[in-house]
Design a protein around this ligand. Sequence first.
Ligand code: GTP
Ligand code: MG
Length: 452
Amino acid sequence: TTDDPGDLRTPIVAVLGHVDHGKTSLLDKIRGSAVIEGEAGAITQHIGATAVPLDTVSEVAGSLVDPTEFDLPGLLFIDTPGHHSFSTLRSRGGALADIAILVVDVNDGFQPQTEEAVRILKDTGTPFVVAANKVDTTPGWNPNPDSPIQQTYEAQSDRARSDLDEALYELIGEMSDHGFSSDLYWRVQNFQKNVGVIPVSAETGEGVPDLLTVLMGLAQRYMKAEMEVDVAGPGAGTVLEVKDEQGFGKTVDVILYDGTVRSGDTVVVGAQNDPIVTEVRALLKPRELAEIRTEKRFDDVDSMQAAAGLKIAAPDLDDAMPGAPVRVVGDRSVEEVVAEVEAELAEVAVETEEEGVVVKADTLGSLEALVNALEEAEIPVMSAEVGDVAPRDVAMATTVDEDKHHVLLGFNVDVLPAAAEKAENEDVRIFDSDVIYQLVEDYEAFVEERER
Ligand code: GTP
Ligand code: MG
């Protein structure tokens, strides 16, 4: 281990997959097992994230992990609930997550959001493992709670084993259809070439020790260099959500991936128009699970260090944009940092054309992913913005010449009633979906139908 572990930050692990495949349950299990291991206080609930320190990882993983082999401080897991696209988790033109867990219900296999996740993992080059979840639902399964997977697998009946094998091979086949060579993790020699599949149950905890071990091993082996950051330097993060918080007004939920942020710091936050320059009034950290029923939901802290999830309360955050960068100014000039944030936003700025469809998305990251998908499908875009579908977006869609472009594509956004009405009256088609590739396919089908 290093003398100065403070200079290695926690790897960020995104948990993604189709609705109901067990992302949250898996994280609950990891937290719960840790609580049972007597490490309750060590687990910190962050905004949309859970920090699990190395000691706890090794407690849960049991004999599979020797903590002396590691010097990374632990893992920070980010849950991506159904309404949150993984693509929101962007940073500096890439993925915010260092590594990902793709959760797949082993009986259900690949579903639309699984496919979406796999495509984004591929596009961003994010290393990942597959958690083949719900193995306990295999007919005749005899659970051995919290046991490593091979141990419990050996203890099953021939019938249960062969049923599970079949489901796992089907999953490996689906991975291959999507261009990934994968195998059961204990057969994988090189995790940079092959994706490890880890059979687990979020319900019984079987395989969870293996999952933590593989993640820790991957992070330590392949990512250590990237984790060597100046954790005391000026903080950098990504806005996940902009929310009203009683007593604080508008706040931003942020994943901090670099450096430190302190109360009173001047920060620059990416917004719909010019970046916001403001001063941190309060840094809010959710209280520990055990304290959640107390009146005060947050602790006011003086500073936080990457990697972490936190809420920032500051004046003038109304126009902050989900998916946009947040930067602590530190001892640089405000102009320099504003320019940096503008440059990062410009990276995402869309090449728009005079003729094309109007695009809206919930966050900067998902807008970027949607526009890329449209570009790949050679569908021109006339305008692309973050936010709900409003009447003025509909008005925009009527300004193009070609009828097939009198179309609005919305990803993970609400269509305001007035906008729906205007669209109806002015013959603008609105497609909305929470699957990017669904929108592309729907639009292509619409064009084909019209041209018939
Ligand atoms: P969204 O956040 O809506 O996308 O879903 P999710 O992926 O977080 O799924 P969640 O953890 O909420 O689980 C969905 C359902 O599956 C719940 O009823 C869980 O109890 C159940 N479930 C999750 N994991 C397992 C498992 O390993 N075994 C069994 N039997 N049920 C599970
Ligand atoms: Mg969930």
